[in-house]
Design a protein around this ligand. Structure first.
Ligand SMILES: Nc1c(NC[C@H](O)[C@H](O)[C@H](O)CO)[nH]c(=O)[nH]c1=O
Ligand SMILES: CC(=O)[C@@H](O)COP(=O)(O)O
Length: 134
């Protein structure tokens, strides 16, 4: 069975998430999975509703989130990441579907973010493994 993935990708820090999206797509292809749908959202905080829409679809086996949360002058990055991560986990349990975390941060400089674009590959790999095993 070919595994069908949905991607939810943040436009915030798009230079990074564009690269991450491409890496994720390439890795999905390498693993024999298909990226059936991609939803772009403004930022990581805005992901939960898009994830929910994809989880509701019978033709999508797992959802991969792709984003990058970079530190600023305030703790805003902490708020964005903590809430998104918690909702990602909640939605996965609510819909009995893997939803994986391809989002480095918070507390991360832009340089550190560039060094962590492979989080997208990791999230694709985790999604495929979870679909196969569960
Ligand atoms: N600071 C980052 C954000 N912030 C934006 C929020 O995610 C959201 O789009 C806004 O608050 C409107 O609801 N988003 C990221 O993806 N990365 C960041 O570093
Ligand atoms: C750097 C950002 O985009 C985000 O983390 C928010 O920055 P700030 O805390 O300076 O508002």
């Amino acid at each position: 069975m070919t595994i069908s993935l949905g991607f939810v990708v943040a436009e915030f820090n798009r230079d990074l998430t564009y690269q991450m999206e491409l890496l994720g797509r390439e890795h999905a292809e390498f693993l024999g999975a298909t990226v059936k749908e991609t939803i772009l959202v403004p930022g990581v905080f805005d992901m939960p509703l898009a994830i929910k829409k994809l989880c509701q679809r019978d033709d999508i086996d797992a959802v991969v989130t792709i984003g990058s949360v970079i530190e600023g002058e305030t703790d805003h990055d902490q708020v964005v990441m903590q809430h998104a991560a918690r909702k990602i986990m909640d939605l996965s349990l609510e819909f009995n579907k893997p939803v994986t975390l391809g989002i480095p941060g918070p507390g991360m400089t832009r340089m550190a973010a560039h060094e962590r674009v492979d989080y997208a590959k990791r999230a694709v790999e985790a999604a495929v493994k979870l679909v196969r095993r569960l």
